[in-house]
Design a protein around this ligand. Sequence first.
Ligand code: 5GP
Length: 189
Amino acid sequence: MKVLKDKILKEGKVLSDTVLKVDSFLNHQIDPAFALDLGKELAARFEDNSITKILTVEASGIAVAMATGLALNVPVVFAKKKRAATADPNVFSSTIYSFTKDESVDIYVNSRFLHPSDNVLLVDDFLAQGEALRGMVDIVQQSGASLAGAGIIIEKVFQGGGRALRDSGVRIETLAPIASLAGGKISFS
Ligand code: 5GP
């Protein structure tokens, strides 16, 4: 998506060879009109897939997930973080490792919000090592729902998470795939 790539080049800050900051429009300050356009683009890629629900993880996935849900006219569920979730029979939960924060965190979704009849689209702002997506796939499987795929705004392809998930059969659509951040330079694939 050219307009997204241009915005990343203009406003993105490369913090290291693996971390890109896009907090001026995506995950700290949000550009609402732009977020709606991102959601429309993700929705367009899955418009023929009879999606019934969007699933993301709080907090940074929520804006684009809501935009996608608005475009597809379906509810948006966000997995919550940091709760000793495994003992509660009313939640689906998974543990994911965040390489940006260097910590493991439990994510959970109340079982009222995902059903075997659902066809779920996962949405997130970034795909790096694939842990957040893997945790969401795990939760969808626990619920018995179908998984239509994942829509990602920025995929750092060089971190390999996308390849592993695609190899396991998950359809992933990415609006801005990044091949490298080496030397502070953003290169798209
Ligand atoms: P993964 O679980 O795929 O390793 O990482 C995905 C999650 O980590 C995303 O939900 C996102 O919040 C965060 N993340 C990963 N890489 C970056 C990055 O380069 N910049 C920012 N701002 N967040 C990132």
